[in-house]
Design a protein around this ligand. Structure first.
Ligand SMILES: C[S@@+](CC[C@H](N)C(=O)[O-])C[C@H]1O[C@@H](n2cnc3c(N)ncnc32)[C@H](O)[C@@H]1O
Length: 276
């Protein structure tokens, strides 16, 4: 197939920085991918590092974060308008706080995605953190030259997302249609065994042990349905116990980002769990 001069040839890469990005264990994950599978499911999408490495033909991509999912849908469907909007942003402190103070639910989809990507590129550490009212509250990052509008990559990502199902759903609903020979990759907020973890309960993005248990039940259901399953998490006795009987692979990593949504501070060792 020939490509027209306007078709981007660049390999797409994640267009947002996301806590828990998988760059460090990506190599290990890729080694495990089965040769043949039907639909690829990624229900804790975040930056989508594994999706962008695999670029599967059929995919269901989901996350519970509304801002994130709106951005994926706009990148897929309206990349040119988004690029025009992103070009107007400025990396200036006052301007940043002005954009941050906008209520995203009152913006149209393109402006909302543009605000989200702008804040992600210019905020401190590229973290997405919200207060108890769900308002984004990360301070200005003071980067010298953040790449707010990476036009070439956004166009490549848009192509890669064409025809993919993108859902703002809880993980359980996102995988409800997965069946025999589909591949599901779960990258949930990691379990943290530290005492302070229990205080993060009131944060919107929290993922308490009861959620890890619900996830492990879904994992077992999907195993019975004949899916290929891969899951990453921190190496704690609790997680090892939840996935007893499955293949458990230990991986060593260095963690840089630690947020309440994806707490990694006590997890120099991670686990990759599969059912094949
Ligand atoms: C560890 S991050 C995923 C990182 C991603 N693999 C990457 O490469 O950037 C976990 C994601 O799970 C999402 N999440 C948390 N609870 C969820 C739930 N109940 N259902 C679906 N997504 C959820 C968060 O919004 C966050 O984006």
């Amino acid at each position: 197939m020939g490509s027209s001069p306007t078709t981007p040839t660049l390999k797409p890469k994640p267009f947002v920085k996301w806590a828990g990005g998988k760059t460090q264990i990506l190599g290990r994950l890729l080694e495990l991918i089965p040769q043949d599978f039907k639909t690829y499911y990624e229900p804790f999408l975040g930056g989508g590092a594994l999706f962008f490495s695999l670029l599967p033909e059929r995919a269901v991509l989901a996350d519970r974060n509304e801002e994130l999912i709106n951005a994926y849908i706009v990148v897929r469907d309206r990349p040119r308008e988004l690029i025009e909007s992103l070009k107007k942003h400025r990396n200036e402190r006052e301007y940043y706080y002005q954009i941050r103070s906008l209520d995203p639910s009152k913006l149209g989809p393109v402006e909302r995605a543009s605000r989200f990507i702008y804040l992600n590129k210019t905020c401190y550490n590229g973290l997405w953190r919200v207060n108890s009212k769900g308002e984004f509250n990360v301070p200005f990052g003071r980067y010298r030259r953040p790449n707010i509008c990476n036009e070439e990559n956004l166009l490549a990502v848009s192509q890669a997302l064409k025809g993919k199902e993108i859902l703002c759903e809880d993980f359980e609903r996102a995988v409800a249609s997965a069946g025999r020979e589909d591949l599901v990759y779960f990258d949930p907020p990691y379990h943290s065994s530290s005492k302070t973890a229990s205080f993060t309960k009131y944060v919107r993005e929290d993922f308490p042990p009861s959620e890890q248990e619900r996830l492990a039940r879904i994992f077992r259901n999907l195993d019975r349905r004949g899916c290929y399953l891969i899951l990453s998490n921190s190496d704690t006795p609790f997680i090892r116990d939840l996935y007893k009987g499955f293949r458990i692979i230990e991986v060593r990593t260095n963690r840089f980002i630690n947020s309440k949504a994806c707490s990694r501070k006590d997890s120099a060792r991670e686990l990759i769990i599969t059912n094949f």
